[in-house]
Design a protein around this ligand. Structure first.
Ligand code: ADP
Length: 261
């Protein structure tokens, strides 16, 4: 269970989160959505104590996140942040093995079970054949899948993901999010694609200018009115194959470059 209450945060005095909160129950997938600059990444970073809020409280299974040591936190929370550590001179298998570190005492070698866990994690994300490649040489999408594998190897029961579908082709976008939704791990995920968010999240939290506009079931959050107000886009909602699908079109505005004809 991840709970955040009344979180406010500012960079250099500028308030970018103003009293936001969320609750992700056991096994639930909560999607953070909102336009660029609305505060999603900042909010996510407060959930794993990478940023300390000015006000408010974040708890993991009722323990304040700031009270947990780095190792205790890493046993319970796995994170895929936006910046990928791309220039580490490690193989893919070694990168995923790093996910086992919180389970090992300092300087004890990895054992056979660690290696088995790594192989299973790579298989689950379709990256087993990449195990011996140097991580730095992978494409953006391959890196993203490997970093998700690292979180699986970490076996934490909370997962925080910042745009995990970035760089992924359409098949892996769905495969990664389906995997996450089937893991039975409490998850908060930042997503840009509202159709993916609607399909794979149990609950959505929509941010705009550092505030929560609405939160709840995807079909209640992704209304035409909210999408128009927050993104400035017209949306048509259709149900296809049992899923809500949003079809977007720009709202007509006077052209910035009026024809001279
Ligand atoms: P989102 O993830 O929704 O795009 P962010 O959380 O990255 O939004 O950013 C929210 C606001 O905070 C933006 O106005 C952004 O410019 C600002 N911001 C983000 N990171 C920093 C930083 N390190 N220093 C100063 N301002 C920042």
């Amino acid at each position: 269970m991840i709970s955040a209450t009344d979180i406010s945060f500012g960079y250099d005095g500028n308030l970018v989160l103003d009293g936001v909160g969320l609750a992700a129950g056991p096994g639930e997938v909560v999607g953070l959505i909102g336009p660029n600059g609305s505060g999603k990444t900042t909010f996510l970073q407060t959930l794993y104590a990478a940023l300390r809020p000015r006000d408010g409280l974040v708890t993991i299974d009722n323990d304040p996140v700031t009270s947990l040591s780095g190792t205790a936190l890493a046993r319970r929370v796995a994170v895929v942040a936006q910046e990928t550590p791309s220039d580490l001179p490690v193989t893919v298998a070694e990168m995923v093995l790093l996910g086992r570190a919180p389970h090992r005492r300092l300087l004890t070698p990895f054992n056979r079970e660690d290696h088995r866990t790594v192989a299973a994690a790579l298989t689950r994300v379709g990256a087993r054949d990449l195990a011996d490649r140097r991580f730095a040489t992978l494409s953006g999408g391959e890196k993203q899948r490997v970093l998700v594998a690292r979180t699986l190897a970490q076996q934490a029961d909370h997962l925080l993901l910042d745009e995990p579908t970035n760089h992924l082709d359409i098949r892996y976008q769905h495969e990664i999010l389906r995997l996450v939704s089937e893991l039975n791990v409490t998850t908060v995920v930042v997503l840009h694609d509202l159709n993916l968010a609607s399909r794979y999240c149990d609950t959505l939290v929509m941010l705009n200018h550092g505030r929560i506009v609405s939160a709840g079931a995807p079909e209640h959050v992704l209304t035409a009115e909210a999408v128009r107000a927050v993104y400035g886009m017209h949306v048509e909602r259709v149900y296809a194959g049992g899923y809500l699908q949003l079809i977007f079109s720009p709202i007509d505005k006077p052209s910035l470059h009026p024809s001279t004809a």
